[in-house]
Design a protein around this ligand. Structure first.
Ligand code: MSP
Length: 628
């Protein structure tokens, strides 16, 4: 039987699941449901990446052991998948003893083969990203900042274990060139080939215990643990070996497709094939890298506080029915943007698509058709499939199998739109004699739409099918058979997301992090304003921060003390002209480290064109005056 093995990245448990995790996992679920519906035998693996510095640090900050932290966080991912109607075949945790044993066995094998060797080493290390950079990666200049995340690097000198990655450059290039390993989209494939052209250097795959204890100990040197990525990537092989049903364990590898985000392309498309070649294992067939979601045009980040939490979102929109909220979310994520490109999440866009495509195009079509069949045909009609529907199925399959989910959904919604138009033009209410034929065609279209939407919105497509008298949405077949439809009335399938006035605001809503709202609930009270400790300050000194052309390090006298703070005003002000100037300081802002400088407070400035203008009193005041 034909098989498909589909994977998602395994998610770090240093934080709660967010929309980015939901996106990858829903896409994998859609593929899995599609292939299963087509009669494939499938295995869909997701899980959590539990070792490494990020997790160790998150646990330390909470004052609990890493294991206790992981045991608490892993279920949040499982629960989210349940909430979002995602049905993985298995959920792997890298702290599972079977996985750890497997990784140890690979480490031993590669060490024995001489592909992992010990070397003295020095380099620039990015602690948050857990990776080393070479001078070559960093280029000229004195400031050593991580090329990936922009944070300051630390210079480290130590003995470590290296995987001889450089030996695999040509073999990796050749499997990509030949198409044996497919990397999509094309732009990502080129990116990987570009990296290979620059030449690969050997990869540090160990961390000394003095720097990290939360990892898999190297079987050949207990003073070290494995680099988290070496451990994590092997989940794809180890997972089905102990988590699949007894009859198929060990038979799933290689994966048909690894679905990943663009940020983890190098680890998957360069390191991973090399690890597999070294371990004499087959390569995955394909890797598809999707883009990133930002929020209303800004990068999502915990510090800005604009990370979209899927649990909160579903909770908020469940006033329109939980099934509808979940399915509209699944639909939106895959319809809004081409898989591979970046997308912008906004609640307006979410509600707009839900209203136009789900409530109007699909929902209205179903309710109109059902009531017309009742009224004009006594409640039942034979469906009349057309050749156009067969053609649409071909393009639906093509786009879905190339991960162009937005096109797939366009095809499905396109059928609903055409059927609405056809109904309007054929006007069966004006010609009762031909009503059976017109409505037969419309019912056939609706059945196809339900089948097409089935992998994307499983519960809603079953509900659509039930209105046509079917028990569930039938899996998509290449040709649509006719059936006798006994229609059933019901509530709107996709109620519109129109909030009652009292619910329309989002104050306190966990789902809407930083959107600007114009309704009265967005107002703050005078007590809120008083919470801001605003004072007049006098700038004592100002100097540039190396490597950051927008930032100045200021020392500001606020009456009670002289504070150091970082301000993004370097493009608009010459540092020499600032000492002595009055500014307005937010004195009780939580301290933050910016480019290595602890910033305690912020100064207020108004922005204009591409500059900023400092906010100041209209006469010179001594430092410390309260601003209210
Ligand atoms: N643990 C590693 C993966 C190991 S796989 C062997 C990891 N975990 S992660 O939790 O940080 O990220 C997992 C996935 O979420 C990545 O594919 C990443 O691209 C995706 N996303 C994280 N934020 C995202 C957005 N804002 N938008 C879309 N996806 C993003 O990396």
């Amino acid at each position: 039987m034909s098989r498909r093995y589909i994977t998602t990245p395994i998610y770090y448990v240093n934080d709660r699941p967010h929309i980015g995790h939901a996106y990858t996992t829903i896409a994998a679920d859609v593929l899995n449901r599609y292939y299963r519906g087509d009669g494939f035998d499938t295995f869909f693996l997701t899980g959590t990446d539990e070792h490494g510095q990020k997790v160790e640090k998150a646990a330390a900050e909470r004052g609990i052991t890493p294991k206790a932290h992981c045991d608490e966080m892993a279920p949040r991912f499982r629960e989210l998948w349940k909430l979002l109607d995602v049905l993985p075949s298995a959920f792997i945790r890298t702290t599972d003893p079977e996985h750890k044993d497997y990784v140890r066995s690979v480490l031993t094998k590669l060490h024995e083969k001489g592909l992992i060797v010990r070397r003295d080493f020095e380099g620039w290390y990015c602690t948050p990203d857990e990776r080393f950079w070479t001078e070559k990666d960093l280029g000229e200049g004195t400031a050593k900042l991580c090329p990936e995340c922009g944070r300051e690097l630390e210079f480290i000198r130590e003995s470590n274990y290296f995987f001889l990655l450089s030996r695999f450059t040509e073999r990796i290039r050749s499997v990509i060139d030949s198409g044996e390993l497919l990397i999509l989209p094309e732009s990502r494939r080129n990116e990987v080939l570009g990296l290979l052209n620059k030449g690969l250097i050997d990869l540090c795959i160990s961390r000394p215990l003095k720097r990290l204890t939360w990892g898999i100990p190297l079987p050949f040197d207990p003073e070290y643990v494995s680099w988290v990525w070496f451990d994590a990537l092997f989940n794809y092989v180890s997972g089905p070996r102990y988590l699949a049903g007894a009859e198929t364990q060990g038979t799933w590898w290689p994966a048909s497709v690894h679905i990943i985000g663009k940020d983890i392309l190098t680890t998957h498309a360069v390191y991973w094939p090399a690890f597999l070649m070294a371990a004499e294992l087959e390569l995955p067939r394909s890797i598809i890298a999707h883009g990133w979601w930002n929020f209303s045009g800004e990068k999502m980040s915990k510090s800005i506080g604009n990370v979209v939490d899927p649990v909160a979102l579903i909770d908020e929109y469940s006033v329109f029915g939980k099934r509808t909220a979940v399915d509209a979310f699944r639909y939106f994520l895959l319809a809004e943007t081409a898989f591979g490109s970046d997308g912008t999440f906004s609640f307006e866009a979410f509600e707009r698509r839900w209203t136009a495509e789900l409530s109007n195009d699909v929902g209205n079509l179903v309710s109109r058709a059902v009531s017309l069949v009742e009224k004009l045909c006594g409640g039942s009609v034979d469906s009349l499939p057309t050749a156009e529907l067969d053609e649409a199925i071909v393009s639906y399959r093509e786009s879905l199998e190339q991960y162009q989910f937005h096109r797939t959904l366009e095809t499905a919604i396109g059928i609903a739109k055409s059927a609405n138009q056809y109904l309007q033009e054929a006007a069966p209410w004006a010609n009762k004699g031909g009503a059976g034929e017109v409505l037969g065609r419309v019912v056939a279209s609706i059945a196809v739409v339900a089948s097409m939407l089935r992998p994307f919105m499983p519960a809603s497509s079953d509900e659509i099918a039930r209105r046509l008298g079917l028990s569930a949405a039938p899996p998509l077949r290449n040709r649509i058979e006719s059936f006798h439809s006994i229609v059933k009335k019901g509530d709107a399938i996709f109620p519109k997301p129109v909030f009652e006035k009292k619910e329309s605001g989002a104050t306190g809503s966990r789902a809407r992090p930083t959107e600007t709202l114009d309704s009265d609930v967005a107002c703050v009270s005078i007590d809120d304003v008083k919470k801001l400790g605003l004072r007049i300050g006098t700038i004592v000194s100002a100097e540039k921060i190396e490597g950051a052309d927008r930032l100045l390090r200021l020392r500001v006298d606020i009456g009670t003390e002289v504070r150091t703070l970082v301000a993004g005003i370097a493009k608009s002000y010459d540092s020499a002209a600032l000492p002595g100037r009055n500014v307005v300081v937010v004195t009780n802002l939580k301290p933050a480290k910016i480019r290595g400088v602890e910033s305690r407070g912020m100064i207020l400035a108004a922005s204009y064109d591409d500059g900023v203008s400092l906010v100041a009193p209209d006469r010179s005041l001594g430092p410390g005056s309260e601003v209210k």
